[in-house]
Design a protein around this ligand. Sequence first.
Ligand SMILES: Cc1cc2nc3c(=O)[nH]c(=O)nc-3n(C[C@H](O)[C@H](O)[C@H](O)COP(=O)(O)OP(=O)(O)OC[C@H]3O[C@@H](n4cnc5c(N)ncnc54)[C@H](O)[C@@H]3O)c2cc1C
Length: 440
Amino acid sequence: MNRRASKADVLILGAGLAGLTAAYHLRDRDIVVLESSDRVGGRTLSGEHGAYWYNLGAQFVWDPRTIGLCRTLGLDLVGGEDAESAVFVNGRLAVGRDPYRLLMKMPISWRDKAGFALTIARLRRLAAATHGLDPQLDAKSLADVIGPASPVTKAILEMATTSGTGLSTDEVSGAVGLGYAIHLFGGNVNDTLKSVRGGTQQIAKTISRAIDPERLLLDCKVESVESAPDHVAVRYRRDGGAVEEVEATACIAALPVDSVIATIPGLPASKRAALDEMLPYTRIVSVAWLTDEQESMPWERLLAVPAIGLSFELLSNNAFFGRRSDGVRRRQGGSLVTLSTGPRAEALEALDDAAVTDKIRSDLLKMFPGTRDILEKATTRVQRWHGLPRFRKGWLERQTTIREPFGRIHFCGDYTAQPGMPGAVGSGYHAAAAVRSLLD
Ligand SMILES: Cc1cc2nc3c(=O)[nH]c(=O)nc-3n(C[C@H](O)[C@H](O)[C@H](O)COP(=O)(O)OP(=O)(O)OC[C@H]3O[C@@H](n4cnc5c(N)ncnc54)[C@H](O)[C@@H]3O)c2cc1C
């Protein structure tokens, strides 16, 4: 076996948003980042289509920490203000200027509208009265927190929760799921959603340019991580070649849970059990629809459309942001992304990409009849993800164990903090701070 041992202050494993946030905050130190894939960004993946960008991974930025990081990096954030609210329910698309007007237009009975409004109002009061993640809510599933509700209210909250957390209301922690359940229907949600110009992956790409390219190693799959009393040794394979070894004073594991388990032997049983609870990551199938129309389309004013009863649960109009920041002239084309999460992704698993796009296109046509020509001509990109860790009920009790360093190995990633980029960016920042104090 050909081994070459080299040294660094800190080894950062994984170049997703957690690992790169940590790397950014430690860029003045001697760091080495090891990433198994041939690109940075992990579960952020963006592309360009004419004047527009599209995101096959993370769609929206909304939390103060990620917004702050984007601003520090000089990235342009485009807001979703003045988009219209919409939902596809009972076979019809309802559109309103805001969530309140949308409720009036939803094709459900008045009794169901009243029930839905009361449930949302109650959950919003509960969310407003809790600070941070509440242990009492976390001990229950979101379904228990929601309590009795009409079938249509349950279906809408189920869709919103799966889309945000990857879990059903029965499975997800009440504390983690609450915000996601009410997000799309509480207040003026479009005001809070932002997009990074050029796509979410720009965050990772911009950070990677701030790091010495010699210290950011792509195509390097970590195979094992061992913590000794005074150092950490990491073995990895570059491009599937011979095993190489690097040593450091400390290590930040910014890997998904399955990779943490596969690469770090000897984890305490309690930590291993807590990590197992986050698995398996919920599947997501995202499809980008890159269109070429000249004229205005029925989705023109929409930003995010939740859908009940289709093969996808969210339509994200990525081009909305591009147009908004563009001034008044409408440029040719557009970019839509459909997201199929959990059971909807599993239903697509056995299909090849062409069959996936056929199935989703037929559902898009239910939402927007009369756009067949545009959707049939669209270029499509299909991406299949092991998308989201499982924040099951009781997660908060396990959080300390999940986060706890193991010897000189510190952990970060969405699964250690909260779903999505807020969890990844926040935990990357904290891991960097902990390692800096260890080094100092
Ligand atoms: C379709 C989709 C839509 C989403 N929408 C949103 C959204 O709108 N808003 C939001 O906030 N969040 C969203 N998310 C979630 C968000 O993308 C993630 O929470 C976040 O990007 C996770 O970052 P991370 O660094 O923790 O993990 P990852 O991005 O998974 O990074 C881990 C990195 O480790 C690498 N790696 C794995 N194994 C090894 C190994 N053995 N050796 C070396 N490297 C390894 C991986 O290749 C990867 O680059 C979405 C996710 C998906 C999939």
